[in-house]
Design a protein. Structure first.
Length: 52
């Protein structure tokens, strides 16, 4: 997982997942609010297997 602070209280997270061989690169934007952390955006892009 990689986190980049874009502004005070705003973080961009990127990470890869693997569920039963289905891999995806995921990206999300989080913002700290008065109620706590809030997810504002999330995207998952499928990753293809590396060519042999």
């Amino acid at each position: 997982m990689n986190a980049v602070r874009l502004a005070p209280g705003v973080v961009h997270l990127t990470f890869d997942t693997d569920q039963d061989g289905r891999r995806a690169r995921r990206s999300s934007l989080w913002r700290l609010t008065g109620e706590g952390r809030r997810l504002y955006f999330h995207q998952g892009t499928p990753l293809h297997a590396d060519p042999a």
